[in-house]
Every structure is written in structure tokens, then in C-alpha cells.
Design a protein around this ligand. Sequence first.
Ligand code: AP5
Length: 216
Amino acid sequence: MRLIFLGPPGAGKGTQARILASRLSARQISTGDILREHRERRTELGKSAEQFMQAGELVPDELIIKMIERELAAAEGFTLDGFPRTVAQAEAFDALLAKNGWNLDAVVLFQADREALLKRLTSRWTNPRTGRTYNALSHPPRTAGIDDDDGGPLVQREDDLPQTVAKRLEVYDAQTKPLIDYYRIKGKLLRVNALQSVDAVSESITEGLRARAAAS
Ligand code: AP5
């Protein structure tokens, strides 16, 4: 499948993209994870992106579009987690779909309120090596600060500080929310209540996609 997971920071896009990758035959492509990796390796892209990420702002469209074009060159099924985030990115992605003769199956919209998002992000812990996330409130690791799977250290993302989270939510409202209408008009939108349990959200997504496929 070719999917976009759209929604505010902390809505659970990354969590679900990882869980559903094999069930949906759709490899997770997270622009946030790719940028963090570039930052870690101190590449030109990583250095250019750093200041925007720290401030909770979007990285300029031209850098992101080039990056995603490279990433999708070898892709078959995918879930885009964190892209597109502006109308310019969505238009560039449409051109890429057309160039490759690809169909976009659906855009899953994760719906959650601001209070829940703030709570989730400020209690998130991530394994920087694998991208796996935990949550001190809803899904804690067996031992605090240690990944259950590989025993690696868990860290808090620097953009999960309360003031940066508030900025990211503001940026989402101003620059990414217009994409809801963009994809609704194209008939691609599948709305999901992201405030349910992780398993219930997975179920809602798979059920919703099944129903869309049966109806088409
Ligand atoms: P990015 O890494 O994409 O961050 P984001 O979109 O803000 O998304 P998050 O990773 O914060 O949230 P999520 O929805 O994936 O939630 P998660 O599953 O982790 O982007 C970071 C930065 O990179 C941006 O600010 C920007 O600077 C730059 N960037 C990236 N893409 C860009 C682009 N296209 N254009 C320009 N700039 C770009 O879950 C959150 C927490 O909640 C976790 O602790 C998890 O365990 C928990 N949780 C998940 N689901 C549930 C549930 N159902 N119930 C309870 N807890 C849950």
C-alpha cells in the first residue's frame, strides 16, 4: 500500500507506522527520523535542518522534497510518517506519484486534542537507534530508561520540551492543517480517533482501509 499518516505531533503516527508496516506491506518512511539521523551524522542536510528542528519549526520545503525524492526512488509500498506537511510538499508529492505512475491508497488522519498531545509528548521516551517509542504514562518500559527489546538507552527528544511542543502544535495548525482539506477534496481521507488505545487505533486503521478497498 501507499499511505500518508497525517496528524499533529504526538498523535501516534510513528507508533502505528511501525506496528502496521508488515501488516500493510508499507515500509515506514519517517521524515523526522531521517532528519535526526542526518543531524547525528553531521551531514550538510543535518546541519541545515538542526536549527529549525530545535525551534519546533518546519525544515524548508526544498530540502525536504529533495530528501523524500531520494528516499522514494527505491520504495514499493510505504507509509509516509511526517510528510507532506505543507501544501507545497503535497503538490511536489503529487508530481512524484504521477511521474512514477503510482496510486495513493489513503491519507489516514489521526485526530486528538491538544491536552492529550502535550501529555503524550512530554512523557515520550525513544530508542534513538531503532526509533521505538515508549511512554512513561501509557506504555512504560519494564526498566525505566532501558529498551525492553535491545537493552539500549532511552532518551527524551529535545523538541519534546513543553515550550517547543507548543510551538510544534502552532506550526501544525498554521502549515499542515490545510492538508486535511487538500486530501478530503481528493477523496483520500480516512479519519481515525487517535485517543483510543494503541491496539484499537491499529484496528481502526486496518478496518477503515479494508472498508475503503471493498467500496472502490
Ligand atoms: P517528527 O519526528 O515527524 O515529529 P512529529 O510529526 O511532530 O511527530 P512525533 O514523532 O512527535 O509524533 P507521532 O505522531 O509520530 O507520535 P508517536 O507515535 O511518537 O518531526 C520532528 C521535526 O522534524 C519537525 O518539528 C520538523 O522540524 C522536522 N520535520 C519532519 N518532517 C518534516 C517535513 N515533512 N517538513 C518540514 N520539516 C519536517 O507517539 C507519541 C507518544 O505517545 C509516544 O510516547 C507513544 O508511545 C505514545 N502513544 C502513541 N499512541 C498512543 C495511544 N494510542 N495511546 C497512548 N499513548 C500513545
